[in-house]
Write a protein that binds this ligand. Structure first.
Ligand code: UT7
Length: 308
């Protein structure tokens, strides 16, 4: 018996910012962004708050799970862009959903937030302390992007993804490995109320190496081989990172899911949005072995192997 993703949902703002739009804002080109990152466009929350995005994604996940907010006893929201300093965005979401039985808190683990949340949710479910958990990754990165810095502003976007998790199903979280190393904090950070600062080249190399290590560790733990994996759903930071990771793991790119061209890097939201879209496109089915991996500010990183 293990945890099942009973429902998935997502929300992305209607406003699309294309590479051509960015050409008018900073000294960049569609050609550079496409070849260096794989991104063609991203969504920008002009009217939506973080709470609006998290709420819409959650409603969709509840409908998919055939459960209601009152059935949930824990809400975990992963974000690095909350609407308020405090309280936690998860508490605002709990109130808006009317999830009266749930306690709620935020997780701050940047791009690894959804995986960290999955790890916590899984522990609460397996120990019987929770029955149904709502896990959300939501980001409004456009508010902490320096729109005059071409080295970062082309990369990020806004959105939210949600999952309803429960023990009541055939799915299983087979193994996971989570890591942090705070000594690298200056590679990717934002000061309080400041903009994202990033050492892209160093982060690129660390991302490939660290995600490959934890993916291999998780595979070893479970005793399966890379050939058994149906789909890898990595955090969507750069298509070249995903390609380098696939090469290191000897996995063909056909088995690596990517929607970065549409959304850019949405940090904690990227994996749940990708899971939703992979399933919608028929690339993820019940019983499949799916490998999730992420790396981000902290540094934080991890991998989880699921039977979906
Ligand atoms: O979500 C957390 C994880 N995030 C990541 O892992 C991101 C990791 N890093 C990356 O994805 C890549 O390092 C970037 C996409 C950020 C940058 O790609 P790169 O191939 O490492 O480029 P670079 O930083 O080495 O820059 C190459 C050149 C530079 O010009 P010079 O010095 O060679 O003349 C940059 O100034 O490209 C220039 N450049 C740009 N040119 C046009 C940097 N940004 C842009 C831009 N448009 N937007």
């Amino acid at each position: 018996m293990g945890i099942t993703i009973k429902g998935l949902g997502y929300y992305t703002p209607n406003k699309i910012l294309t590479n051509f739009d960015l050409e008018k804002i900073v000294d960049t080109s569609d050609e550079w962004i496409t070849t260096r990152t794989g991104i063609k466009e991203r969504r920008i929350a002009e009217e939506e708050s973080l709470l609006d995005m998290a709420y819409n994604a959650s409603l969709m996940a509840f409908e998919d799970a055939r459960l209601e907010p009152k059935d949930i006893d824990l809400i975990i929201l992963a974000t690095l862009t909350p609407d308020l300093g405090f309280p936690a965005s998860a508490c605002l979401l709990q109130a808006k959903l009317g999830a009266g039985k749930a306690y709620a808190f935020d997780v701050s683990a940047a791009c690894s937030g959804f995986l960290y949340g999955l790890e916590i949710a899984s522990s609460m479910l397996i120990t019987g302390k929770s029955k149904n958990v709502l896990l959300v990754g939501a980001e409004k990165l456009s508010q902490i992007v320096d729109w005059s810095d071409r080295s970062t502003c082309v990369l990020f976007g806004d959105g939210a993804g949600a999952a309803v998790l429960s023990l009541d199903g055939d799915g299983e979280l087979l193994a996971s490995v989570m890591r942090s190393d705070g000594s690298y904090w200056e590679i990717l950070y934002a000061e309080k109320c400041g903009y994202i600062k990033m050492k892209g080249k160093e982060l690129f190399k660390l991302a490939v190496r660290s995600m490959a290590e934890v993916c291999e560790e998780v595979i070893r733990k479970v005793g399966v081989s890379m050939k058994d994996i149906s789909l890898v759903v990595p955090h969507q930071a750069n298509i070249r990172i995903m390609q380098a990771l696939a090469e290191k793991l000897s996995i063909p790119m056909e088995k690596v899911y990517s929607n970065i061209q549409k959304y850019g890097n949405t940090s904690a939201a990227s994996i749940p949005i990708a899971l939703y879209e992979a399933r919608r496109e028929g690339r993820l089915k019940r019983g499949d072995l799916v490998l999730l991996t992420a790396m981000g500010g902290g540094l934080t990183w991890g991998a989880s192997l699921l039977r979906f």
